[in-house]
Design a binder for this molecule. Structure first.
Ligand code: GTP
Ligand code: MG
Ligand code: NA
Length: 476
């Protein structure tokens, strides 16, 4: 078509940045929610997805009613900024169309900001910089929900001077990372120069500007990419154990339609699994996919969307891989061929990476790999992503703690049984690190009897900290 009659899907936008830059708070401000306030330790430990319908976005901007928005909404992916969660940043940046890099204006570029910029550079992902926390500039007069140029005009000369100075600093730092950047409304070369939007996630200055860029500028620069197609393109984002639904997988549906009952082929650690979608769930619009809340049941779902799929036999699904739908009328063989290609791709990438020959190191890292050894602790978590983060964190410590086994979901007697194997091999590792999961009473009993230690905490860092404190005490 000529660009006017095409159907566009919602752009997938990944939020990246250093710890505490305000990524979750920014989304809370847009959603009018308080996800951040409910996070243990105020840190994000799970990748999330939220669908923002265009009506809600329109309401937040100052667009005239007749002004068109070509996309039906936005799918935003929230990621954690803490170091150990690079798996989730990789996964988010691998499947997004566009990114928002959140920078705290009072701190400038930090370690994970630079890591995020590198990821985006590698994958050629266009992005916007949200220069957040402008309300923290000394003497800032809040102008709730105001477009940023208007809010800036309202400030004293001192505030304007400090703003300019800090903006220049960030522009210089971005230049150091290889990006030319400019305040978006002064940007005359949007094709080459990165847009910066000053924002506050508390008083919402600049939020209308950011949303407008996402729904108006993004479709303009990637019309082709955002054109809806029927072929299903769907990626596994996360594997969870849910108390109501059993194993669920969070997926991002990038294109096409998913239907309840669809026959799907998924890559798992034990090879390809063919199964049916038992439940097709999404959170309500403007709500987080990862929040343990109320889900909406669907008969079918059209891209782009984040969804939770309940299935049997997918506990070992590999995050970062494609989910393949066996089309009606098509034979299973064809889908399996596609799935075999996917799993071969994964295996080849992993092997090449291990031999140090891969030219796409980033792609592999986006694919989940949990490595275990014969001697090590036992890790149990509610999701694959956090499991990986814990294992990663254990590895990066000076103590370098290996992992002998892991599992998703509540800690049962069998898990403790497995951990008892270390009592004879290496007693200090006879421990279960349990994150965000229930420990069954029988499991507690067996642990107490046998001498397996169970550690629990609400953040990955506290959990690992508790275990390492224990090790240090043993060594004294
Ligand atoms: P991680 O997910 O842990 O990487 O952090 P994050 O980037 O999601 O930051 P988060 O939303 O948790 O915000 C960190 C802290 O900064 C919280 O205390 C927020 O209330 C505060 N904060 C975030 N944005 C703003 C802002 O625009 N202005 C002010 N004053 N505080 C903010
Ligand atoms: Mg966060
Ligand atoms: Na935080």
């Amino acid at each position: 078509g000529n660009g006017f009659d095409r159907e566009l899907r919602a752009p997938i936008c990944c939020i990246l940045g250093h710890v505490d830059a305000g990524k979750t708070k920014l989304l809370d401000c847009i959603r009018r929610s308080n996800v951040q306030g409910g996070e243990a330790g105020g840190i994000t430990q799970q990748i999330g997805a939220t669908y923002l319908p265009v009506e809600n976005i329109r309401e937040r901007t100052f667009l005239k009613a007749e002004a068109t928005i070509k996309v039906p909404g936005l799918l935003v992916i929230d990621t954690p900024g803490h170091q150990s969660f690079s798996n989730m940043r990789l996964r988010g940046s691998s499947l997004c169309d566009v990114a928002v890099v959140v920078v705290d204006i009072t701190r400038g570029l930090e370690k994970q900001t630079i890591e995020s910029l590198d990821l985006l550079k590698q994958r050629n992902v266009r992005f916007i910089v949200a220069l957040n926390k402008v309300d923290q500039l000394y003497g800032w007069k809040t102008c709730p929900n105001a477009p940023i140029a208007k809010a800036l005009k309202n400030q004293s000369e001192d505030v304007q001077r400090e703003f300019k100075w800090r903006l220049t600093e960030v522009v210089t730092q971005l230049k150091g990372s290889g990006f030319n950047a400019s305040l978006y409304y002064e940007n005359r070369k949007v094709k080459e120069v990165v847009n910066i939007v000053p924002t506050s996630s508390v008083s919402a200055e600049g939020i209308p500007d950011l949303l407008l860029l996402l729904v108006r500028w993004v479709p303009e620069i990637m019309m082709e990419r955002l054109t809806y197609v029927d072929n299903v393109e769907c990626t596994v984002l996360e594997v969870n154990e849910d108390k109501d639904f059993g194993t669920t997988i969070d997926v991002v549906l990038i294109n096409g339609v998913l239907r309840k009952g669809d026959r799907i082929v998924v890559c798992t650690k034990q090879g390809l699994v063919t199964t049916n979608i038992r439940y097709l769930l999404t959170p309500y619009p403007m709500k987080e996919l990862k929040a343990k809340g109320v889900y909406k049941h669907h008969e079918e779902l059209k891209a782009a969307q984040g969804a939770k799929i309940a299935v049997r036999g997918l506990r070992h699904a590999i995050a970062g891989t494609a989910l393949i739908v066996v089309k009606q009328g098509d034979d299973l063989e064809q889908a399996e061929v596609a799935a075999v290609q996917e799993i071969n791709k994964v295996n080849n990438l992993i092997n090449e990476d291990e031999r140090g020959e891969s030219d796409d190191g980033r792609a592999i890292q986006a694919i989940s790999r949990v490595k275990t050894c014969t001697e090590g602790v036992y890790v149990q978590a509610s999701s694959l992503g956090t499991l990986e983060a814990i294992i990663e964190h254990l590895k990066t410590l000076s103590l370098d703690i290996p992992v002998s086994g892991c599992n998703l979901g509540p800690v049962h007697k069998q898990d403790v049984m497995k951990a008892t194997a270390m009592l004879k091999r290496k007693e200090e590792y006879a421990a279960i690190l349990a994150f965000d999961v229930k420990v069954m009473p029988e499991a507690f009993d067996l642990a107490a009897e046998s001498g397996v230690k169970i550690f629990m905490a609400d953040t990955v860092y506290k959990l690992v900290g508790r275990f390492t404190d224990h090790i240090k005490k043993l060594k004294e």
